[in-house]
Design a protein around this ligand. Structure first.
Ligand code: ME8
Length: 665
C-alpha cells in the first residue's frame, strides 16, 4: 500500500451472466472492495472496476434454451448482479458490460491496430474446443484420455468438441521470450508465488499462436472488415480492463494515462493462465504497461467440489445476508477463505466467527468499555498527560499492528491482515482484564480513566482498520466513540506515527454483533469433528496441565536446563495448509519462520482443525527435530499443542502477534 503512488486501480474478473451471482462471484468482488477500501484509508484515489462478460457460445446457447436473444438474456441478469453488489456494500466505480457500445468500438480499434502492425493475422485452425470455458484445449493440457477420444478440458473436466475453421490468430508465440523476461524481472507479479512458477513452466514449454476469432457463432464483437468472424471471448473480455478507462477513445487519453496500469487484478485460479500469459502479451503488443499485481485466489468449495453455477451447488449471497447480516458475511469470507488455497464453505464456521470472534472477542470489548464509562460518569474521555508502561506497550503494539496490516494488504493477504487485527483485539482484551478497571475505579479514578482511554484509542484504530471489511458496523462503532469515520483522511499515515492524545465522547449503542443460533444444517460437513473424543494424535506433542503441589512425586524424570536448551522452539505463522490425501489425521502446513524461511510441517490435527481455520494462525513449533517423511511428505518441524479432555487439541498461539520465527524459551 505504498503512498508514493496516489492512485489505485483494482479490477475483478467480469462474470459470465448465465445465472445470478453466487458466493464465489461475491468472493472475488468482495476482495476487490476490501482492497479498494484499504487504499482509500491510505489516502489514495481509487478506481474499482467490475462488470459482466456477455459474449460467446456459452451465453448464446443458454439464451437459446430459454428462447431469448442473447442480449435480452444477459440484460435479465444485470439487475441481480447490481443488487447483490449493492446489498454487500460493494463500492465499485464502474460496471462494464462487454455488450456496451463503447467497449465494442474500443475492442475493434484494438483489433485493427494489431492487424495493421501484423500482430494479428488470418489462418485456419483445427482443434479441440471447450465451450463452457471458451478455450481451445491441446493434448498437452488435456486430462489424459484414450487414443481417439475427445480431449478433456483441464479446467472444467468436460469433454471438448472438434472444430475446423478459418480464424484470426494473435502472434502469441512471438512474445514468449519477452514474457519470460518480464516474469524474471517482476517476481512478485503473481500472488501467491506458487502460481507464478506454474505460469513460467507453461510459457517455457512453448507458446502457440492464439486463435482469437470464430465463424461458427455470431454472438460476439464483429471483426473489423470481416463480418464473418466474431472476436473470440478472451480477446474481447480481457480488454475490458483498458476499455473501461478510455482505451480506444482519443478524447479519454488522459483518463487512460491516469489509471492504467491497474495496480491489482483479482481473479480465481481457474483463469490465471488467461491473465498471466495472454493478457500481458496483448498489452505488450499494444505498447501498454503491465498490471502491477495479479492476486489469484483459490475456490470456495462445497463438499470438496468447486462452488459453481453449472454444478448447482451455489450458495445464494442474498439468503446468507438475510440470515446472518452483510458485514458478518463480509467478515467470514475475508477472514476464513484463505486466498492462497481452496476453502470449504461451512455454515458452522460462519456461526463460529460471529459468536466467538465478532460477538465475544470484539463486541464485548466495546460493550464493556462503554458500560463502564457510562456507569462511572466518564463518557467524555481525555488522554492522560502521562501514560503508564503497560499502556505505552499497548500503544507500541498498536503502531506495529498498523505497519503489519499495511504490509499484508500490499501483499494482497487480506485474510492475514484481519487475523493480525484479531491478535491485537485479543491483546486489548488481555490488557483490559489484567487491569480490572471495574475494581480500579473504586480507588484510583485517574488510572481507570487511563485504561478507558487506552481501550478507546485501540478501538478507534481497530474500527478504522476493519472498516474495509465491515464498513457499516465500523462506521456505527466509530460514531459511538465520538470519532466518526472520515472518508478523506489518510488514516494509515496518521495511525503509524500517532501517539495517543485523542478525546472521545462515548455513547452506549445496541449490541454490534448479535450471536447467531445454529440456523442451518451443515450441508458441507461430511466427517463430523468430535473434539471430545480426540485421544491420541500422531506427531503431536501434548502439553499436560501441570500439578504444582504434586510435582516432586509425579515427575518421573527431570531434565537439566542443558537438555531443554537443545530444543529450538519458535513461533511460526501458518500461511497455507491442506489435508494430506489418504490420511484422515494429517494436515500439511507451510509455515513462515521469518529468518529461518518457510518450512513444511505435517501434523495429525485434522480432526481438531480444518486447514482453512489454521491459515493465518501463529503456533508453537519445535524446529530442530530431525526432518522426517510422513505419508510420503517431508515434515521439517513439529507443531506443539495442548490437549484438554473437553476442548480437545488446542493450538498454542501467543496472546499478541509476534514476528514469525520468534524464539520461545
Ligand atoms: O471466467 N470460488 O467468468 P465466470 C471462488 N468471464 N471464486 C469463484 C468461484 C468459487 N467457487 N466460482 C467463481 C469467467 N469464482 C470469465 C472471466 S475476466 C476478463 C473473464 C470467481 O463467471 C473467480 O474469480 O466463470 C473466477 O475466476 C470467476 O468467478 C469466474 O467467473
Amino acid at each position: 500500500m505504498s503512498n508514493d503512488c496516489k492512485k489505485f486501480y483494482v479490477t475483478t474478473p467480469i462474470y459470465y451472466v448465465t445465472a445470478a451471482p453466487h458466493l464465489g462471484s461475491l468472493y472475488s468482488t468482495l476482495l476487490a472492495d476490501v482492497a479498494a477500501r484499504y487504499h482509500k484509508i491510505a489516502g489514495q484515489e481509487v478506481f474499482f472496476l467490475t462488470g459482466t462478460d456477455e459474449h460467446g457460445q456459452k451465453i448464446a446457447q443458454a439464451a437459446e434454451k430459454v428462447g431469448l436473444h442473447p442480449k435480452e438474456f444477459t440484460d435479465s441478469f444485470i439487475e441481480s448482479y447490481k443488487s447483490v453488489w449493492s446489498k454487500y456494500e460493494i463500492a465499485y466505480d464502474y460496471f462494464i458490460r462487454t455488450t456496451d457500445t463503447a467497449h465494442i468500438q474500443a475492442v475493434q480499434t484494438w483489433l485493427q491496430r494489431l492487424l495493421d502492425q501484423g500482430d494479428i493475422y488470418k489462418g485456419s485452425y483445427q482443434g479441440w474446443y471447450c465451450t463452457p470455458c471458451e478455450s481451445f484445449v491441446t493434448e498437452k493440457d488435456s486430462i489424459p484420455v484414450e487414443q481417439g477420444q475427445a480431449l478433456v478440458c483441464p479446467d472444467c473436466h468436460r469433454a471438448t468438441g472438434q472444430v475446423l475453421e478459418s480464424c484470426y490468430f494473435f502472434k502469441l508465440s512471438a512474445y514468449q521470450d519477452r514474457l519470460l523476461d518480464f516474469y524474471e524481472n517482476n517476481p512478485h507479479f503473481i500472488t501467491p508465488k506458487e502460481r507464478m512458477a506454474e505460469i513460467v513452466n507453461f510459457v517455457k514449454s512453448g507458446l502457440k499462436d492464439l486463435s482469437i476469432s470464430r465463424t461458427t457463432i455470431s454472438w460476439g464483437i464483429p471483426f473489423p472488415g470481416d463480418d464473418a468472424h466474431v472476436t473470440y471471448v478472451w480477446a474481447d473480455a480481457l480488454n475490458n480492463y483498458i476499455t473501461a478507462v478510455g482505451y480506444g477513445d482519443d478524447a479519454r487519453a488522459d483518463e487512460l494515462a491516469k489509471w492504467w496500469p491497474a495496480d491489482l487484478q483479482i481473479m480465481g485460479k481457474d483463469i490465471v493462465r488467461f491473465h498471466a500469459i495472454y493478457w500481458p502479451a496483448f498489452l505488450m503488443a499494444s505498447g501498454l504497461a503491465m498490471p502491477k499485481k495479479l492476486l489469484v485466489h483459490g475456490w470456495i468449495k462445497v463438499a470438496d467440489q468447486k462452488m459453481s453455477k453449472s454444478l448447482g451447488n451455489a450458495v445464494d449471497p442474498m439468503q446468507l445476508a438475510a440470515d446472518y447480516g452483510v458485514d458478518e458475511i463480509r467478515y467470514y469470507l475475508t477472514r476464513k477463505m484463505a486466498i492462497t488455497q481452496d476453502s470449504e464453505f461451512k455454515f458452522e464456521d460462519i456461526e463460529q466467527s460471529i459468536n466467538s470472534e465478532l460477538a465475544n472477542a470484539f463486541g464485548n470489548l466495546l460493550n464493556r468499555m462503554a458500560t463502564l464509562v457510562v456507569k462511572n460518569d466518564a463518557t467524555n474521555l481525555n488522554a492522560p498527560a502521562v501514560w503508564s508502561q503497560s499502556s505505552l506497550e499497548l500503544q507500541n503494539q498498536c503502531k506495529a499492528l498498523v505497519l503489519d496490516v499495511e504490509q499484508l494488504v500490499s501483499d494482497g493477504m487480506f485474510y492475514r491482515a484481519v487475523a493480525r487485527i484479531w491478535d491485537y483485539i485479543n491483546l486489548v482484551n488481555a490488557y483490559f482484564h489484567e487491569h480490572e478497571p471495574w475494581k480500579i475505579v473504586k480507588h484510583d479514578r485517574a488510572q481507570f480513566l487511563e485504561i478507558m482511554s487506552a481501550a478507546a484509542h485501540s478501538l478507534q484504530v481497530i474500527g478504522v482498520l476493519l472498516w474495509p471489511v465491515m464498513p457499516d458496523k465500523m462506521e456505527i462503532m466509530l460514531v459511538s466513540l465520538g470519532c466518526p469515520f472520515d472518508r478523506h483522511k489518510n488514516y494509515m499515515k496518521e495511525f503509524a506515527s500517532m501517539s495517543w492524545k485523542n478525546s472521545f465522547i462515548i455513547q452506549q449503542i445496541a449490541t454490534l454483533f448479535t450471536k447467531s443460533e445454529i440456523k442451518k444444517e451443515d450441508i458441507v460437513q461430511t466427517t463430523p469433528i468430535d473434539h471430545k473424543h480426540e485421544q491420541k494424535v500422531e506427531q503431536v506433542a501434548v502439553v499436560q496441565e501441570s500439578k504444582p503441589a504434586a510435582i516432586e512425586n509425579d515427575q518421573k524424570e527431570f531434565i537439566g536446563i542443558e537438555d531443554f536448551a537443545k530444543l529450538d522452539l519458535r513461533i511460526g505463522t501458518i500461511v497455507a495448509c491442506e489435508i494430506v490425501t489418504g490420511s484422515d489425521k494429517l494436515v500439511k502446513s507451510q509455515v513462515d519462520f521469518g529468518d529461518l524461511g518457510m518450512r513444511q510441517v505435517l501434523s495429525g490435527i485434522r480432526k481438531a482443525y480444518s486447514p482453512e481455520n489454521l491459515v493465518g494462525k501463529q503456533a508453537l513449533f519445535v524446529v530442530n527435530l530431525k526432518p522426517r517423511k510422513m505419508m510420503g511428505h517431508d515434515s521439517q518441524g513439529m507443531m506443539l499443542l495442548a490437549l484438554d479432555e473437553i476442548a480437545g487439541l488446542q493450538l498454542m498461539s501467543p496472546v499478541g502477534h509476534v514476528k514469525s520465527g520468534s524464539k520461545v524459551g
